[in-house]
Design a protein around this ligand. Structure first.
Ligand SMILES: NC(=O)c1ccc[n+]([C@@H]2O[C@H](COP(=O)([O-])OP(=O)(O)OC[C@H]3O[C@@H](n4cnc5c(N)ncnc54)[C@H](OP(=O)(O)O)[C@@H]3O)[C@@H](O)[C@H]2O)c1
Length: 326
């Protein structure tokens, strides 16, 4: 008989389990089962990238089949897979954009708030670590205060101040409760950018418009940040993190890179937030998030301009530049 010491996730009590060496093979299978990942939102912009990264790294990955608002299905799936880690990247983000949430409020609440909170609780009750891919679109610059544009960035301690869109409002309600659970790591992703021209990348989104506002913003360059999120998960870190690259980048700076690497003929002009409000149903926020908490753990995270240039270089090398007939 071999004594194995197991420390449970939420208890300081040490539990001694006696296992016969004869079942060593089962041990190994059980171990790989224990370390598996269950990804909610695996078909989405963020979730599909997480699945690809985990598979590339040889991890045991399961793509969740249940709809998270269906409590029984979700609980059964957790009990069947028994993952060590849940990655929660499921949510209603709206199509073609978050304006959809303004006219589908009940569905948005059911998924983004109630079901997301339930998922955190179900994981808590089962001792499963959950990484919650949340949003940093819960703050907006306030002129005349310390958080004016160009002023102090928003830290994790600052109270969210942006409810200009129903999507953001639901994300605030969800985060407030979910972040109470001691098994949850919440990462506030913002205006994600990938090294491709995926329709949900911030670059692709703004490149489709002729008129843009021009404000400095925190953004998450996914190529740099998603691997870091998985490292945080594997270490079972918990708590709340602003999850963007350090620094800010303006809409015009992003479009300058777009012209340099993708399409030199692309023309955009600027308009004011008031003019923008006339063509969208819900508001859009602008903010600078303080990432010093994240940088203490990962000081090598590249400053946003460095990360963006790398992403654009990759897109150009991958042949994504617009080719025009001479
Ligand atoms: N993209 C952004 O700009 C951004 C920025 C910051 C934070 N986030 C957050 O990051 C998370 C993922 O965003 P994303 O951009 O990857 O979104 P996405 O591309 O719209 O993908 C959403 C994913 O969630 C799944 N889903 C939706 N409703 C579900 C439900 N009721 N039950 C189970 N799965 C459901 C979708 O599956 P189906 O297609 O099968 O419905 C899809 O796989 C969201 O919580 C979002 O709020 C996104």
């Amino acid at each position: 008989m071999k004594a194995v010491i197991v420390r449970t996730l939420f208890s300081t009590t040490t539990v001694y389990i006696y296992i016969k060496s004869a079942i060593a093979t089962t041990d190994i299978r059980a171990q790989s089962h224990i370390m598996s990942y269950l990804v909610f939102g695996s078909t989405g912009y963020i979730g599909s990238r997480l699945v690809a990264l985990l598979k590339d790294d040889g991890k045991s990955v399961h793509c969740a089949k249940s709809r998270i608002e269906n409590y029984v299905d979700t609980a059964n799936e957790l009990d069947e897979i028994k993952p060590a880690y849940v990655l929660h990247a499921a949510g209603l983000t709206g199509r073609p954009n978050i304006d959809w949430c303004e006219v589908n409020k009940i569905q948005t609440v059911q998924v983004n708030v109630i079901a997301s909170q339930n998922l955190a609780d179900m994981c808590y009750q089962r001792g499963i670590h959950m990484t919650n891919y949340a949003t940093g679109c819960i703050y907006d610059y306030v002129e005349g205060t310390e958080h004016a544009c160009g002023g102090n960035p928003f830290t994790e301690e600052d109270e969210p101040n942006y409810k200009g869109s129903f999507y953001s409002e639901t994300k605030i309600y969800a985060e407030k409760i979910i972040s109470q659970f001691p098994n949850v790591l919440t990462l506030r992703v913002r205006m994600p950018i990938s090294a491709d021209l995926h329709p949900r990348s911030f670059v692709t989104k703004i490149a489709q418009y002729e008129k843009l506002i021009n404000y400095p913003n925190s953004v998450s360059v996914l190529t740099e940040l998603l691997p870091i999120s998985l490292d945080m998960t594997s270490k079972k870190l918990t708590g709340l993190y602003n999850f963007t690259n350090p620094g800010t980048v303006s809409h015009n700076e992003v479009m300058d890179l777009y012209r340099e690497f993708i399409d030199p003929t692309k023309v955009t002009t600027n308009f004011s937030i008031e003019e923008q409000a006339k063509v969208i149903k819900s508001g859009r926020c602008n903010n600078h998030l303080d990432v010093s908490k994240l940088q203490k753990l990962y000081p090598e995270i590249p400053e946003v301009h460095v990360a963006l240039r790398r992403a654009f270089e990759k897109m150009s090398n991958d042949g994504l530049a617009v080719k025009r007939e001479e």
